[in-house]
Design a protein around this ligand. Structure first.
Ligand code: ME8
Length: 658
């Protein structure tokens, strides 16, 4: 029978280099889901990758004095190291700078243009460079970017637009009628009320203000702007638009697009509209998870309050991190990370519940049966509940995983583990070991425990990637069929006769207070480094600004209009000690009124008849109620001297200064 397919994606990551445990959340969740489906026998395709175009990354690379692609290659290398460390089992890592992707995007863009779903027009908006976002005037907050609060620039440019408005009704119907499409369900109203019902605007999909992107094939001064480039990765990764689209035919539509809640809008509105325009089937599910916060604050490298996954894995093991992420964050809602909860979870669930169970049971098998798992013999009523729970575990976990209730799935498994610990206390093997009859019963007790441990290890494989294999080794289980989901549908596999190997503890208990201190020190150090980095960046920016002032081009200079003028009248400005108001003949017919802050250096009488240099294309300003129509040039030194700049000999009023 042909395997059923399952296609799951994370968003493609910005190569920002700001990796923290929040960044890992989407990939770890998807990894658990992908591994679960693989073990269920699905033909899984798990996609992740990087979103490498745009002005922001171009600027970052320029600041690092590195060619853009070389810069990104370095960051992507780091990201891949992180995914390796976390055992992320992706099937493909797509980069939007991949040649195949770029060609396919150009084909898609051309197709949409030829169909009339992309057209050329003028775009005007307020642009925030760090966020790469355009805003309308009403969206600005105090004239600044509503997302990051930084200054925005008014930009006007010729752009291509995607006819998103045309798909308004179909998108609305999709969200309203297909209740499975957008999850969790709370997101449906959010999208409908905030974005869809107020009316979808056509979307600007090209830029001319920078060139780090995929060129519009028939108009190469435009680059294709982020969403058509980024969203289409989900189909170009499968070969859509290439010579070999067999994977596309096999895996599309996606079963799940997983992402953080901030980009749901793009995936549940823009992406389906693009697919509708391409006459392609829509993804089955778009799932927006919450954010992982640190001590209830948003993690940010510039604040230094990030939790570094490399450090956590090195100190406490990859499974401790995976476990925390999958267990502790209520799916769909924001979750909170604190070092304390993380360390406590590791001690209580992994070291105490799971680790202790395994070491107690293997030690008893070693002690009472020479390390060989005994065959069950005498049954008792006390066995029933444990066996019933173990038997129900697979179906229950599967049900949770189908709904993507990952913490609930882990909860079910750990309830069985806790029940097994309780079973030891109920059966008191150390007392059974003392009598002949008890030793018969002990066989059953230890077999039951070993079997429950094996079943737990099997079902833990999608969640934890190192521990299950360690448990199999301890139980002497090497047969693949005993590690398979099929083998846990029913309690009672043939594991008697296997030789256990007690070995080391699965998880050493850690001294929480001591570790908290270590983690706090690391955090302090990070914060210090972040502050230093910020200071350095600021200094660099200031230096660059100075350099900007020092070096202007001839074109910059040509924008300033300088002319020789003759002062024909001059008087003091009332109630203003520093100001003189002059009438200056610039050969324009009527003289101009110009206010200057030179009253301490020149009397009005001295001024009359002088030839001066005037900036004539300065925007007029009102000073003490008088409109000043230019500026007289002066030189000043550090000792407080000031001198008017005048031509070396008399020259006609209005002569240009060059
Ligand atoms: O959005 N908690 O990329 P990205 C949970 N390139 N998830 C977090 C998180 C946190 N603290 N921080 C980041 C992009 N993430 C675009 C996507 S797709 C066509 C284009 C998640 O690098 C975030 O929500 O900013 C997203 O799912 C993923 O990391 C990548 O985010």
């Amino acid at each position: 029978m042909e395997k059923k397919k399952f296609y799951i994606t994370t968003p493609i990551y910005y190569p920002s280099g700001k990796w923290h445990i929040g960044t890992c959340y989407t990939t770890i969740i998807c990894d658990a889901l992908a591994r679960y489906k693989r073990m269920q026998g699905y033909d899984v395709f798990y996609l992740t990758g990087t979103d490498e175009h745009g002005q922001k990354i171009q600027k970052v690379a320029a600041a690092a004095n590195t060619e853009v692609k070389t810069y990104i290659d370095g960051v992507v290398g780091e990201l891949k190291k992180l995914w390796k460390l976390l055992d992320i089992s992706y099937d493909k890592f797509i980069r939007t700078t991949d040649e195949e992707h770029m060609q396919a995007v150009q084909k898609i863009f051309t197709k949409l243009y030829e169909k009339g779903d992309i057209y050329k027009s003028q775009y005007e908006g307020w642009y925030c460079t760090p966020c790469e976002a355009f805003w309308t005037k009403t969206q600005l907050v105090d004239g600044k970017c509503p997302d990051c609060g930084r200054p925005v620039e008014l930009m006007k440019e010729e752009s291509y637009f995607f006819r998103l408005s045309k798909y308004q009704d179909r998108i609305q119907k999709l969200i309203e009628e297909d209740k499975e499409f957008l999850q969790p369900t709370t997101r449906q109203n959010e999208m409908l009320n905030n974005f869809i019902k107020p009316g979808l605007q056509d979307l600007c999909v090209s830029r001319t203000s920078f060139d780090w992107g995929i060129k519009v094939p028939f108009d190469p001064k435009h680059v294709i702007y982020v969403w058509i480039d980024a969203l289409t990765n989900y189909i170009t990764a499968l070969g859509y638009g290439s010579d070999d689209d067999s994977k596309f035919k096999r895996y599309w539509p996606a079963d799940i697009h997983m992402m953080g809640k901030e980009i749901i809008r793009f995936h549940s509105i823009i992406w389906p509209a693009i697919l509708m325009a391409l006459d392609l089937p829509l993804p089955k599910k778009v799932y927006g998870h919450g954010w992982l916060m640190f001590n209830n604050d948003k993690m940010s490298k510039s604040k230094g309050n990030i939790v570094d996954p490399f450090i956590l894995c090195e100190r406490y093991g990859v499974d401790a991190l995976r476990y925390y992420m999958l267990r502790e964050v209520p799916f769909g809602q924001d979750g909170n990370f604190t070092n304390e909860i993380f360390l406590k979870r590791r001690n209580s669930d992994l070291a105490n519940d799971l680790g202790n169970l395994v070491s107690r049971v293997t030690a008893m098998v070693a002690q009472y049966f020479d390390g060989v798992i005994p065959a069950p013999d005498k049954k008792e009523a006390v066995d029933d509940e444990l066996i019933a729970m173990a038997n129900a575990m697979y179906a229950s976990v599967t049900e949770s995983m189908d709904k993507m209730y990952v913490p609930e799935a882990l909860d079910t498994i750990f309830k069985v583990i806790q029940r097994a610990n309780k079973y030891i206390d109920e059966c008191t093997p150390w007392i059974l070991a003392k009598s002949e009859e008890g030793r018969v019963r002990l066989k059953t007790v230890l077999y039951n425990l070993c079997e429950v441990i094996r079943m737990a290890a099997v079902i833990l494989q999608p969640f934890l990637t190192e521990t299950p294999e360690k448990i199999f080794k301890k139980l002497g289980v090497s047969e693949e069929e005993l590690k398979d989901f099929k083998s846990i549908e029913k309690f009672g596999a043939k594991i008697d006769g296997h030789k256990v190997d007690k070995g080391e503890q699965l998880f050493e208990r850690i001294d929480i207070q001591k570790e908290l201190k270590v983690m706090d020190d690391i955090l302090e150090e990070q914060k210090k480094q972040a502050q230093q980095a910020q200071k350095k960046a600021q200094e660099k920016e200031e230096k660059t600004n100075v350099a900007d002032i020092n070096e202007i081009t001839i074109d910059d200079f040509a924008r300033i209009q300088l002319k020789v003028g003759k002062v024909v009248e001059c008087q003091k400005v009332e109630k203003a000690d520093k100001l003189l108001c002059s009438k200056i003949d610039l050969g324009e017919g009527a003289p101009r009124t110009i206010v200057s802050g030179i009253a301490k250096y020149y009397t009005p009488e001295e001024m009359v008849g002088k030839q001066v240099i005037v900036v004539t294309n300065l925007k007029p300003v009102k000073l003490r109620g008088i409109e000043s129509q230019g500026m007289v040039l002066c030189a000043s030194d550090e000792n407080g001297n000031l001198a008017l700049v005048t031509p070396e000999k008399d020259i006609t009023a209005g002569s240009e200064v060059r």
